[in-house]
Design a protein around this ligand. Structure first.
Ligand code: NAG
Ligand code: NAG
Ligand code: NAG
Ligand code: NAG
Length: 164
């Protein structure tokens, strides 16, 4: 019975999560807001949609995160920023508009490459291609088809769990 509750919680959580937007780990990892990461290289390979979130993971005693305008981004000007995203070093930022966003770390670290430009598009997220049996994870899309497929998959798992 306990297991059953757990599985229901799991399924519910996953369903809710899929309805949410994507979280982008800036720099490609949970600790990658740091010097000497090529953030242009990272951001050109990501697709940002309205409603997505950025996650900045860093040592808050050393670095910070400031949203700035294009000029400040290009010239590493850290005064007169637009907003200060710095909190505890595991900070998130919601991309609410289809536009270019610019961020940098103050305290001089912009000069060591700690700056990133994010281009948010207004298109809806493309629906995932039909999942092959081996890669169910790639089918974890946000459309209803994906959700139903995941639910079916999980029901199958629950079933095999209880028929042991
Ligand atoms: C970062 O990557 C971009 C795009 O691949 C490249 O043009 C640029 O030279 C790289 N910058 C550094 C400092 O390596
Ligand atoms: C960007 O911000 C700087 C500093 O506040 C300001 O001097 C500059 O005019 C701004 N540039 C644009 C394009 O808004
Ligand atoms: C940004 O906010 C953090 C946390 O509120 C604060 O400690 C820090 O001094 C602020 N940084 C700037 C440059 O205003
Ligand atoms: C972006 O999408 C919203 C909601 O679908 C729409 O109202 C808005 O006009 C769109 N903006 C652009 C610039 O396409």
């Amino acid at each position: 019975m306990k297991e059953m509750v757990w599985i229901i919680v799991l399924v519910t959580t996953m369903t809710i999560k899929m309805a949410e937007a994507e979280v982008h780990y800036v720099g490609g990892g949970k600790d990658n807001w740091a010097p000497n990461v090529n953030f242009s290289e990272w951001s050109i390979h990501e697709h940002f949609y309205v409603g997505d979130w950025l996650y900045f993971g860093y040592d808050k005693n050393t670095y910070n995160v400031l949203e700035v305008n294009k000029t400040s981004y290009e010239k590493c000007i850290e005064t007169d920023f637009i907003s200060n995203i710095t909190r505890g070093g595991r900070d998130v930022f919601e991309l609410t508009e289809p536009r270019l966003y610019y961020f940098l770390s103050g305290r001089g670290f912009c000069w060591q490459g700690m700056k990133v430009a994010i281009k948010v598009v207004n298109a809806s997220r493309p629906s995932p291609s039909p999942p092959s049996p081996k890669s169910a994870a790639s089918g974890l899309g946000c459309n209803n088809n994906g959700r139903i497929q995941v639910l079916l998959l999980l029901s199958a798992l629950v079933f095999s769990f209880f028929s042991h």
